[in-house]
Write a new protein. Structure first.
Length: 205
């Protein structure tokens, strides 16, 4: 039931689910620590097969959906593009769009939802982390619990903002642009600029 609901979230967000993975559950916390490093779930992605390892705290739709989203982006970009072009802040921020532990389900597609969650979870005056400091998994995972929370929320804020700008076709356009040979940075910024220009032209008399 949890898996079916999580797969439904993939279809709602992506339009269809293409990524395939093997789910493994570790009831023994000591065994899971070999894979999870303090997280409730983790995705291992490689050209031959993808695995999602879940611990006891990962048996819920939010964690499963989060990890399935990693698999989905990986599948669409391919192994080489995924490893060379995809920054960790985008990968994690995108996974939060189907993970309702942060912004509420009702506001999951809106930047406003993450702004509200930012105010609820963090003290006033704390700024988002610079994206360039969250490029790699090592950068993203380094630090204490508070820093990791800040990394997730900073990523969610940016990705939700970008999705609001580029609209429902933004992700498919981004994947296509990267697969055609553009860098992530170029594709990401170009799609945003094109969407803004298009919106401004529609508003002109």
């Amino acid at each position: 039931h949890m898996l079916e609901n999580s797969e439904d979230r993939m279809v709602q967000f992506w339009g269809e689910q293409r990524g395939k993975s093997v789910l493994v559950y570790c009831d023994d916390e000591e065994s899971f620590k070999k894979y999870g490093s303090g997280t409730p779930g983790v995705a291992y992605l490689n050209p031959l097969s993808s695995f999602i390892i879940l611990g006891r705290d990962g048996l819920n739709e939010d964690v499963i959906s989060h990890e399935l989203c990693h698999v989905e982006l990986y599948d669409r970009l391919g192994w080489i593009k995924s490893h060379l072009e995809k920054p960790t802040w985008f990968d994690e921020g995108l996974a939060l769009m189907v993970d309702y532990r942060y912004a509420s389900e009702e506001s999951r597609y809106r930047h406003f939802g993450f702004l509200v969650d930012w105010d609820r979870k963090l003290s006033v005056g704390i700024s988002p982390l610079p994206l360039h400091s969250l490029e790699t998994l090592e950068d993203f995972s380094h630090g204490n619990r508070e820093k990791k929370l800040l990394a997730y929320l900073s990523s969610g804020l940016e990705v939700s903002r970008w999705l609001d700008v580029v609209g429902p076709n933004g992700m498919s356009d981004l994947v296509e642009s990267i697969r055609e040979g553009n860098s992530f940075e170029k594709a990401y910024r170009q799609l945003e600029q094109e969407s803004i220009t298009h919106a401004l032209r529609k508003e002109l008399p």
